[in-house]
Each structure stands twice: as structure tokens, then as C-alpha cells.
Design a protein around this ligand. Structure first.
Ligand code: ATP
Length: 421
């Protein structure tokens, strides 16, 4: 089969890596990818959101199956456009993708179908938002309604922070149109969990659990980012909690989608806070998480393409998952997430042992590997437990070098403390 992966990040490298191992794949393409993915898939020089050019390419090359990594093409309706032309795509259609495309709509959906989430209000008017925030007080969470690549949610410790964020989003237009409408949300306390299922109508299959680390700095300090590291499984999701997640969240989503007449096929990601009252939804994503996909896919056994194809066609599937733990530490550029530096030569990758590196913002200039974005590399390992996996990654990561390289030193530590290992 001729398979096309869409996207440029570490998640897409992990997807392409798994697909490249499938005996069913004759030719693997990536649009546009990064220097790591180009080693295993043919580069297609088309932007992930340029849906019409991607369709033209897919028809010309006879692409049999498309796997979409990021949210933007899904929210832009790539699935609807491709499937009208008979090109199958693993991902939800435009309508279903609004669960991620609009935080206000997602909150409305959750209220309507009794899916546990933080209390909230939606605002189009900054003055009204500020009055509400002053009434409720801090800590409080401000979220841009539209897509903002992980930069649209701000946890505000003080009222001043909250007011400043409203100004930045709604008046100064820091996130463009995405931030003109905001959701103001109750601050929830607890451990976070990423719970991802493969969903096809009313059939779902959970993927291994994981936990992301959203904040830039150690100890969960600093601004939110796209994610600085992740591991799987997530020990905070015990069997009782998992049952609650399935009953109170996943099954209610499925029921709600059905009642709304929305057909959903693809990955569905529930970002959760495990509060004292139980799991509550922070957000839905309509794709795999990045960096969660990296450790999750490393733990998945079997032919990934066959799994996706069978599930797409509505067949029963069962996932085989290794007992081993997986971890992923993101290596970023200085200046990330605001203004990352670019074009810095990267060295040391050839010396790494026992780890696998999924590239994110990398490029090749004059035959040399260079940085090309905020998050640059994902250094991942499997281990018999989380400690072993973590030690491998942190031992090897020191061999990598580029100017301004930054990574968190504490990925997995909360889980290790919890597990007492
Ligand atoms: P993503 O990149 O995953 O799409 P996002 O920008 O859409 O992220 P959210 O996932 O809603 O935003 O929030 C980002 C992070 O902010 C969460 O992982 C969590 O750490 C924190 N957060 C969000 N909502 C709340 C809340 N109500 N209470 C406490 N923390 C929150």
C-alpha cells in the first residue's frame, strides 16, 4: 500500500516509524515531515494544511491510506475533502473535529451530555470577562476558543495575570482570531492524565495511558508549552479511575455524538485532571497527543497499519501492549515557546545507545542537521520500569548538543515518587 503521513512533529515521526515496520506498506510518504522522518519516508513538499494540494498529490500518486497527525488539517476538513474523492483518511471529519476546534463548543457539549469538566463561562467581550474574573477570583484558567498549538491555555495564579491574559488574547490579538473568544474556567487540582481512544462510531479501543508535562520548567513551573515530555503507562490511572473515565467520559461522548448526529472515526484524546471528585475533562483533542504518541506507540506491538486499517473498516481489533514503560523527553530550542532560535547545527545523535530519537523541528542545511523550530528532538526509551527508562534517556541525552538546547530534568518524577521506585 501507498501510505501518506501528514505532519511535521515528533508524533508524526513516531507514527511513520511504526508504519514503516508494516509489511503492508510499499511506499511511505510524509507531508512535509522533518529530517528524521525523511530518513524513513519520502518527503512531499506540501504544507499539512494545504488540503487541495495534498489531495491532488494523493490522487496522482495513488495513495491508499492517509494518517493525519496534527489537528489543523482535521479542523480544516481534510477528511471530508479526501473521502469525497475516495481517499481514506484515519481521522475525524470537520464537524467532529470541532470538539478540539472550539473550546466553547466542547464545553457546551460536555455540559449537555453531563461529562465532568471544570465550571466555565464563555466571553466575546473583554470587559464582561474581566468583571466575571474579578467576581470569581484567582487562581483561574483562561483559554482561547480556537486552535493555538498548545499556547492557548493560561493558568493564572493572580487576578493581574488573568486580566493581562484577557487583554493579550482579546484586545492585543496575541493569538489572532483564535483568542477573540475565550473560555474562563475554574482551576482544578490533581494529577493530569492523557486518555486516548481509537473511536469508530460507537466502537472504541483505549490506547495505553500516559501523562504529558505541559509546563516549560522543572517542577511544573513556567508557561504552558506544546508538551515537554511524557511517559506511559500513567500510574495515577488505576483500574477504578480508568473505569470511571470510560463510563463517565468516553461513553458519554459517544452517546452525545450519536445524539448530535456526528460520526466520529479517528483518535479521540481526553486531557484529564484526576481531581478528588473524580476525573474531569480539561480538553478534547481529535488526534494523538504530542509528545504522548511517542511513548504510547513505542509500547504498542503488532502491525500498526493493519490495526488502523482494520479499525477504520469497523473490524474488531485487540491491541497488544508491552508491559514495559516508555518515556519521552523533549529537547527544545532556547526561546521556546515564544521565539525559538533556528538553524543551529545538531550533533551527537550517532553516539546514542538504547534510545530512539523522534525528530520534531529539524531540517537539513548544506548536508547538516539543524534546528528548525521550538521543540527539536524527542529522546525516548523503553525500560522494565519507569526508572530504568528514565535513566536511559537522561544518560544518553547528554551526548546531544546544539546551541541553546534545553530540556526538563524531571520528566516522570511525580510518577516515580508515587510508585516509590
Ligand atoms: P493542547 O496543546 O494539549 O491542545 P491546550 O492549549 O488546548 O493544550 P489545555 O489542554 O486545555 O490547553 O490546557 C493546557 C494545560 O493547562 C493543561 O494540561 C493543564 O496543565 C492546564 N489546565 C488547563 N485547564 C485547567 C484547569 N481548569 N485547571 C487547572 N489546570 C488547567
Amino acid at each position: 500500500m501507498r501510505v501518506l503521513v501528514i505532519g511535521n512533529g515528533g508524533r508524526e515521526h513516531a507514527i511513520a516509524y511504526k508504519l514503516s515496520q508494516s509489511p503492508l506498506v510499499n511506499k511511505l510518504y510524509v507531508a512535509r515531515g522533518n529530517a528524521g522522518i525523511w530518513q524513513i519516508a519520502q518527503k512531499v513538499d506540501i504544507n499539512p494544511t494545504d488540503v487541495s494540494s495534498l489531495l491532488e498529490f494523493s490522487k496522482k500518486e495513488g495513495i491508499d491510506f492517509v494518517v493525519v497527525g496534527p489537528e489543523a488539517p482535521l479542523v480544516a476538513g481534510i477528511v471530508d475533502t479526501f473521502e469525497k474523492e475516495g481517499v481514506p483518511v484515519f481521522g475525524p471529519n470537520k464537524h467532529a473535529s470541532m470538539l478540539e476546534g472550539s473550546k466553547a463548543l466542547a464545553k457546551e457539549f460536555m455540559s449537555k451530555y453531563n461529562i465532568p469538566t471544570a465550571q466555565y463561562e464563555v466571553f466575546d467581550d473583554p470587559d464582561k470577562a474581566k468583571r466575571f474574573i474579578k467576581d470569581v477570583g484567582a487562581p483561574i484558567v483562561i483559554k482561547a476558543d480556537g486552535l493555538a498549538s498548545g499556547k492557548g491555555a493560561v493558568v493564572c495564579k493572580t487576578l493581574e495575570d488573568a486580566i493581562k491574559t484577557v487583554d493579550q488574547f482579546m484586545i492585543q490579538g496575541k493569538l489572532g482570531e483564535a483568542g477573540k473568544r475565550i473560555v474562563v474556567e475554574e482551576f482544578l487540582e490533581g494529577e493530569e492524565a492523557s486518555y486516548i481512544v481509537m473511536l469508530n462510531g460507537d466502537r472504541y479501543v483505549p490506547l495505553p495511558t500516559s501523562q504529558d508535562h505541559k509546563r516549560l520548567l522543572d517542577g511544573d513551573k513556567g508557561p504552558n508549552t506544546g508538551g515537554m515530555g511524557a511517559y506511559s503507562p500513567n500510574p495515577f490511572v488505576d483500574p477504578h479511575t480508568e473505569k470511571r473515565i470510560e463510563e463517565e467520559i468516553i461513553k458519554r461522548v459517544i452517546q452525545g455524538l450519536k445524539q448530535e448526529g456526528v460520526y466520529y472515526r479517528g483518535f479521540l484524546y481526553a486531557g484529564l485532571m484526576l481531581t478528588a471528585e473524580g476525573p474531569k475533562v480539561l480538553e478534547f483533542n481529535v488526534r494523538l497527543g504530542d509528545p504522548e504518541a511517542q511513548p504510547i506507540l513505542l509500547r504498542l506491538r503488532g502491525d500498526f497499519l493493519k490495526i488502523l486499517l482494520d479499525f477504520y473498516e469497523g473490524k474488531e481489533i485487540s491491541l497488544e501492549v508491552t508491559e514495559e514503560c516508555a518515556i519521552c523527553v523533549v529537547v527544545a530550542s532556547s526561546g521556546y515557546p515564544e521565539t525559538p532560535s533556528k538553524g543551529k547545527p545538531i550533533s551527537g545523535l550517532e553516539d546514542l545507545k538504547d534510545v530512539i530519537v523522534f525528530h520534531a523541528g529539524t531540517d537539513v542545511k548544506d548536508g547538516k542537521l539543524v534546528t528548525n523550530g521550538g521543540r527539536i528532538l524527542n529522546v525516548c526509551a523503553l525500560g522494565k520500569n519507569l526508572r530504568e527508562a528514565k535513566e536511559k534517556v537522561y544518560r544518553e541525552i547528554q551526548k546531544i548538543h546544539f546551541e541553546g538546547m534545553y530540556y526538563r530534568k524531571d520528566i516522570g518524577d511525580k510518577a516515580l515518587r508515587f510508585l516509590g521506585i
